[in-house]
Design a binder for this molecule. Structure first.
Ligand code: SAH
Length: 268
């Protein structure tokens, strides 16, 4: 994305007017950021996207992009791919942030959708299979107890506000807290509670950080695979529910895509 240029006051007003009229055009390019290919595959199939064999990313990264046109939308689904040595998927904030940055630079999307699985808190109303539309994101494992750095660590950001989408799709709404561990250490738990989060993942707040820097609206769809304040081990519950929740996530994501089609950002 081109850096903002220095303008006189007069030109600045013109560019503001141009930006807001662009906002009123129908959304054309949407990028889904999805951490695991298993989570992405049903949506790739449903939207009949093609894998990009001639990668637009720098040589060496294992990232995967699926792309195609669906109705009036140009859609890409990007995934961080697999660790070249361990063969596991590149979950977590580092890959998510890099992938978001490179995808915005290459594709200049009108909207980013981070879709994926998450742990949910039953005390906050989450059940297995729910798909949440996230209102705010935070981090729970960046504890820096120095004034202002504490808030920087938490990294509270609001998702792009979509009242019409929410009403139409009738999804649950909740705050998301992100950290680089699947398990939940007691100190993380206190931070998640302090962040008032209903769902917990490993990528959302990292995607939000980059989207916010580059001023790209972003929304977050999180399907609950495991209950974090329940009595089952997270990894066991996660694996058991992954396929069913991925199907629910695919269903929700496709309804979101159908809703977005033909609409401008302020209409969401
Ligand atoms: N064992 C898995 C590893 C997935 S890591 C595998 O077979 O590949 C978990 C992924 O799901 C991350 O992308 C994360 O965002 C999400 N997730 C699901 N439940 C979570 C939880 N309770 N806490 C944190 N992340 C969770």
């Amino acid at each position: 994305m081109a850096p903002p240029e220095e303008h006189s006051g007069e030109i600045k007003e013109d560019s503001v007017a141009a930006a807001s009229s662009a906002d009123n055009l129908p959304i054309s390019t949407v990028v889904f950021i999805i951490a695991m290919q298993k989570e992405a595959q049903p949506l790739v199939n449903r939207l009949q996207l093609t894998e990009d064999v001639d990668s637009m990313f720098l040589k060496g990264v294992p990232w995967v992009r699926y792309y195609g046109n669906y109705k009036d939308l140009n859609i890409s689904i990007v995934c961080p791919g697999k660790d070249p040595i361990l063969g596991v998927e590149n979950v977590g904030t580092v890959s998510a942030a890099l992938l978001t940055y490179a995808s915005i630079q290459a594709l200049q999307p009108d909207l980013i959708i981070n879709a994926g699985t998450a742990g949910g808190f039953k005390a906050k109303g989450a059940s297995i299979g729910d798909v949440f539309l996230v209102s705010h994101v935070t981090f729970h494992d960046r504890r820096i107890p120095i004034p202002a750095f504490d808030l920087y660590g938490v990294g509270l950001r609001q998702a792009f506000v979509t009242p019409n989408l929410l009403q139409e799709l009738n999804m649950k709404v909740g705050k998301l807290s992100t950290g680089d561990s699947l398990d939940m250490a007691p100190v993380d738990e206190s931070c998640i509670i302090a962040n008032d989060a209903t769902v917990k993942d490993m990528e959302g707040a990292a995607v939000a950080y980059v989207a916010d820097l580059l001023k790209v609206p972003a929304i977050y769809l999180k399907g609950v695979t495991d209950i974090v304040d329940g009595d089952r081990p997270t990894s066991e519950e996660f694996l058991e529910n992954l396929a069913a929740v991925t199907a629910a996530l695919d269903e929700a994501a496709s309804r979101v895509v159908d809703f977005i089609n033909g609409k401008s950002l302020p209409q969401l």
